[in-house]
Design a protein around this ligand. Structure first.
Ligand code: ZN
Length: 375
């Protein structure tokens, strides 16, 4: 019975904490505070995002192509999902933001990067645009964004769906998942980055509030990732970003982990198969839209704060957006130029992290750390 209760509690915690740790927001001193009244007017609405995309497209001299995914469908509340395409090279890079509607600054970071690519001029940017084509989805969840909630809401039942748990073989519940998945299966990217916000936490062994966490949704050297073939490349990507950004002002970067126990000094890595970037790495074939099981490495970034729990202060928005922008730009450039592949995968362990208590999974509760896991 106790074990069963533990399992239930664990499952609930996974749902609450994975890709987001708002439960810790109240526990951490010293973070930015908006006294619970985050001003979401300082972030972009759906209509503002569309306007910015159109402005970028029209001033880009044909470099940026903005379109909707309407041919695949619309959101539950009937909104179009937008994509912007830039670059002419063969490597396809997928950047998605705001799959969680209350995680807002990431959209701005994605749009800023798109603007940089639209302007060009700079050598590094030219190189990226020659070698790659980038697909930006700056607002994956427009309904959640407009409601300022994490989820989308099913039109027929009113049920709330976390779009980052909906890419499963059991079937997609929300229209947004069907739309974006079908587009993904057509594009067949080579690499993806997913942008999120998290609650407040501290870098292990310090009193520094984490400003940015680097995440891989199937734990490196864990139960699932080595079997995908992307164990080394995802670790190299994150080590590359860490090295590039760790000395940038005001950033305190660590590994994305959940269920941090500061007394014991331990935490859990996530190993979640229903997350979008996990499904990409596992080559999910849903409704026979991906019959060759196309797959690719994919990682995610977590920026401090979200607009629901009031942990996002206007003062800090500028630098939080900037570090996200810089990390994105750095990783895209490192990937395109092949610099990422020169990194020692074991440098992943240079990124600060709490000693591992186990893996939080969405398929088998908590999985203990194995003897060969390297921890
Ligand atoms: Zn999120």
């Amino acid at each position: 019975m106790v074990k069963r209760l533990m399992e239930i509690a664990t499952a609930a915690l996974i749902l609450v904490l994975a890709f987001s740790a708002p439960a810790y927001a109240a526990l951490q001193p010293g973070g930015p505070s908006a006294n619970g009244n985050t001003n979401i007017n300082s972030t972009l609405s759906y209509n503002e995002v569309i306007k910015i995309l159109e402005d970028i497209e029209s001033s880009s001299k044909g470099q940026v192509e903005v379109s909707t995914l309407d041919q695949y469908g619309k959101s539950e509340q009937g909104r179009s999902i937008y994509v912007a395409k830039v670059g002419t090279g063969p490597q396809k890079i997928w950047i998605q933001a705001q799959i969680h509607g209350n995680e807002k600054l990431v959209t701005e970071a994605a749009l800023q990067l798109l603007k940089t690519y639209a302007k060009s001029g700079d050598k590094d940017v030219e190189k990226v645009l020659e070698e790659a084509t980038l697909y930006f989805i700056p607002m994956y969840n427009p309904d959640g964004a407009e409601m300022n909630i994490r989820h989308t809401k099913l039109a027929d039942s009113g049920k709330l769906i976390d779009l980052n748990r909906d890419w499963t073989l059991n079937g997609f519940e929300a229209k947004e998942s069907e739309v974006v998945y079908a587009y993904w299966a057509d594009v067949k990217p080579d690499f993806a980055i997913d942008l999120h916000h998290q609650g407040l936490k501290q870098v292990y062994g310090t009193n520094e509030s984490t400003s940015f966490s680097l995440g891989i949704s199937l734990a490196p050297d864990g139960p699932t990732l080595p079997g995908t073939g992307y164990n080394d490349i995802t670790k190299q990507m994150m080590a590359y970003v860490y090295d590039d950004l760790k000395d940038y002002g005001y950033t305190h970067i660590d590994r994305y982990q959940v269920w941090i126990d500061r007394e014991k000094g331990t935490a859990y890595d996530i190993d979640i198969k229903g997350g979008v970037v996990s499904a990409m790495m596992m080559g999910l074939n849903y409704k026979s839209l991906n019959p060759e099981n196309h797959s690719h490495p994919a990682v995610f970034f977590e920026t401090k704060g979200n607009s629901t729990d009031g942990s996002l202060g206007q003062k800090s928005n500028g630098y939080l957006t900037k570090q996200n922008y810089l990390a994105l730009k750095s990783l895209v450039h490192g990937y395109v130029t092949g610099e990422v592949e020169k990194v020692n995968p074991e440098d992943w362990y240079n990124i600060p992290y709490y000693p591992l208590a186990g893996y939080m999974t969405d398929y088998n509760g908590i999985v203990p750390v194995g003897p060969d896991s390297g921890y």
